[in-house]
Design a protein around this ligand. Sequence first.
Ligand SMILES: Cc1cc2nc3c(=O)[nH]c(=O)nc-3n(C[C@H](O)[C@H](O)[C@H](O)COP(=O)(O)OP(=O)(O)OC[C@H]3O[C@@H](n4cnc5c(N)ncnc54)[C@H](O)[C@@H]3O)c2cc1C
Length: 412
Amino acid sequence: MNADVLVLGAGIVGVSVAVQLALRGRKVVLVDRRDPGEETSYGNSGVVGRSGVTPMAFPRSAAAFGKVVRQQYPGARYQASALPGLAPWLFAYWRASEPSRMMASAERLAPMTAASVEEHRRLAEMSGAEHLYRDGGWMKVYRSDGGFDAAKRQLDLARRYGINAVAMSAGEAQAAEPHLRPVFAGATLWTDLRSVSDPGGVVKAAAALLPRLQALFVTGDARTLRAVADGWSVDGVDGPITAREAVVALGPWAADVLHPLGYRIPLAVKRGYHKHYAAEGNATLTRPILDEERGYVITPMEKGIRLTSGSEFAARDAPKSPLQLDIAEKDAKELFPLAARREAEPWMGSRPCLPDMLPVIGPAPRHKGLWLAFGHQHNGFTLGPPTGRLLAEMMTGGEPFVDPAPFRADRF
Ligand SMILES: Cc1cc2nc3c(=O)[nH]c(=O)nc-3n(C[C@H](O)[C@H](O)[C@H](O)COP(=O)(O)OP(=O)(O)OC[C@H]3O[C@@H](n4cnc5c(N)ncnc54)[C@H](O)[C@@H]3O)c2cc1C
């Protein structure tokens, strides 16, 4: 089978790339070992848009650092056995989290996140997935007065960057979300963004567009990718597929294909867990809520209220250790009347992360016809559609709608 482009990985990033290339007339084959949207792009908190001003940085204060080391930092835990392997990456992340460097990363990414709501809207309108989106932003609640005061100071910074967010007293927040319990001092409401009730469904709907655009989805193993005389070839279930160009959009698995080609891009993962719950009685939630000082999110989803944990630093394929989710469950039950769990085993996924908190989007430095789109860390669901547009513009000679230079692979 021959195509113009092979897109490897059918998460939100790969599917968005495939759709955007097909819209521009390229003959695309999208390859995944599973059905579209069944890994990281399925299990996230479903927040789409500018959910804050700064990226998720490594805590720099001595007090916060101490809490991380003692496993008392709510948003992050680590598996000690993973630390020797992760040490160089963690050091690079810690350096990139220095405030001026972190703000530089935030500014480089801002045009992409600013475009995300509109790019999602366009994709959802084409794919008939608009019913899975809701407006109403997301709310961050603060348990302590100190935390709430610090959050209010952040709002000025948000406004300077053109992000709309307002402070709310606990009473105002409860008027907006009547089933939240009064365990918090105040809240902020970030009004520009949207959220989804089924992130995997959004990806599946977008992938279902492909046949209409003369593109194909094929089951196959991306690790069979090899350079051939006229481009790239990969093994699908029915035999090899060859194309002039290939895109690696494998999220946390990108290195499985790039390492054998000689690339040493510093990709690590921050793992996360989720479970779904029924709500007690007639309790409802209308938007995602971040319990900032406890480090978890609750989001209303089609399967129930989804509780998602913060970050776990561990080897990607190490066994699950969902202690963080167990702690979050207790905290979340204080905030909202969660009832029975809907599944016994938690879901686990991996946020694909580069130390400077920016993705890689663009050509592979040493291989003609090979393109890269991965490493979207905590906001990859948001960034999938704008990434698809940007990479397709680069690959088809269009004018990139944002400057792609900060995302070059050869910055490492
Ligand atoms: C707990 C949690 C909460 C999050 N919350 C949010 C949020 O609210 N908002 C937000 O914007 N982002 C959020 N994220 C981040 C976001 O989910 C990810 O950044 C994003 O989904 C990454 O998308 P992707 O397409 O790069 O990767 P994936 O969705 O993981 O897709 C990669 C694909 O590659 C395929 N693959 C892997 N290896 C092979 C192989 N050998 N052969 C063939 N196929 C292969 C996989 O099957 C998969 O389909 C969250 C992440 C987590 C873990």
